[in-house]
Write a protein that binds this ligand. Structure first.
Ligand SMILES: C[S@@+](CC[C@H](N)C(=O)[O-])C[C@H]1O[C@@H](n2cnc3c(N)ncnc32)[C@H](O)[C@@H]1O
Length: 352
């Protein structure tokens, strides 16, 4: 059971993370406006009521994060899990990379990828500089900076949002409670650098975890983070989430975080269909991605700005997509959805 002092430490730490994210964005925006004003994206000023609402939503997220740790869904140590020294060492690289990002955005260059990438190995929509990031998802350099960039983007709230998967995941796996925990297979689709798998490992120390991603570089980074954890090393597999290299009904649970908004609509439908196929009947699927226009109209300006600052070619389509309807059309039952700060979390079950 976590104690009030731990809560105080957690909220203090999150306050610091939030300040660091805000300070970084403020300084980098001013610098850009000073050195290359033509490269600055045209954004809409965020109204004060929306900032107030965002702060309140962040506080609710952190309170729930704390409450669920206290309820034993995951250990309180997970609330403090971040590779601080490593991030500090990588932070200068974020600054060194920034002019390249600005330049790419100013020149509207969105397919500036490493020379050795074999285009036929990837779907066409993937071969882009999402977020204008150097090398897209296709280099160790990009993988080394990704976690830190997401940390800054969400002012330290990325992992608290990822952890909102854990309660529906643990509750969904209760359907298989009579089986040994080590026999339960949990697949994280688009595992990236492994941050979601780290959270899942905290809640399911004995589960057999599998991560799938198209990027070999991101999986290498995931392997280096995840191999530091005690227990069985998650199995990491390179592959397309639209045609996953796993058997029918081979997983008891599947998760997917921050992928759908980066896919064209047809690929989104394919991923949901594949998640359904690989799940055993009775298995649980938990998805987390950006809030959408229907559930969070009060954040429309933030959603519009996100699309303008970062190269996110499918985001506009995603924020109006009816994910509940897609899950239902795919065959899922018991579909539930909740909003947590800037994220929407859906949980659903494959019928028996
Ligand atoms: C925004 S990142 C999210 C990563 C991770 N889930 C997280 O929480 O940080 C999107 C990830 O999806 C992967 N990805 C994109 N399209 C994919 C596809 N069709 N199949 C598998 N992975 C894909 C990318 O390589 C990248 O790692």
């Amino acid at each position: 059971m976590a104690d009030p002092l731990t809560k105080f430490a957690y909220l203090g730490l999150q306050g610091g993370r939030s300040l660091m994210g805000l300070a970084h964005k403020e300084v980098s925006t001013r610098l850009l406006q000073w050195v290359a004003p033509t490269a600055a994206p045209l954004t809409v000023p965020v109204p004060p009521e929306m900032l107030k609402e965002l702060r309140a939503a962040m506080e609710r997220l952190l309170e729930q994060d704390w409450q669920e740790a206290e309820a034993g869904i995951y250990p309180a140590s997970l609330l403090f899990d971040a590779p601080w020294l490593d991030w500090a060492a990588r932070y200068p690289l974020v600054w060194l990379d920034m002019p390249l990002t600005w330049n790419r955005r100013a020149r509207r260059q969105v397919r500036d990828l490493p020379q050795d990438v074999e285009p036929e190995a990837f779907p066409d929509y993937y071969l882009q500089n999402f977020h204008h990031q150097t090398d897209g998802y296709l280099s160790d350099h990009s993988a080394a900076l990704y976690d830190l960039q997401v940390e800054i983007l969400f002012n330290g709230a990325a992992d608290p949002m990822r952890r909102r998967l854990l309660k529906p995941l643990v509750q969904g796996l209760a359907a298989f409670a009579e089986r040994p925990a080590s026999s339960l297979r949990v697949l994280d689709i688009a595992a990236g650098t492994g941050r979601t798998l780290r959270q899942i490992r905290g809640a399911l120390p004995q589960g057999h975890l599998v991560g799938l991603d198209l990027s070999a570089a991101y999986l290498r980074q995931a392997n280096s983070w995840l191999s530091q954890l005690p227990g069985e090393l998650p199995q990491l597999v390179q592959g397309n989430a639209e045609a996953m290299p796993f058997g029918d009904a081979s997983m008891q649970a599947a998760t997917c975080v921050f992928l759908l908004h980066e896919l064209p609509a047809a690929a989104r439908a394919n991923v949901l269909r594949e998640a359904f196929r690989v799940l055993e009947p009775g298995g649980v699927f938990v998805l987390a991605d950006s809030v959408q226009l229907a559930d969070s109209p009060q954040y429309t300006v933030a959603m519009e700005n996100f699309r303008r600052v970062f190269h996110e070619p499918y985001y506009r389509d995603y924020i109006s997509d009816d994910i509940e309807a897609r899950l239902a059309q795919t065959g899922f039952l018991d579909i539930r959805a909740e909003t947590h700060f800037m994220s929407r979390v859906w949980a659903a079950r494959k019928p028996l």
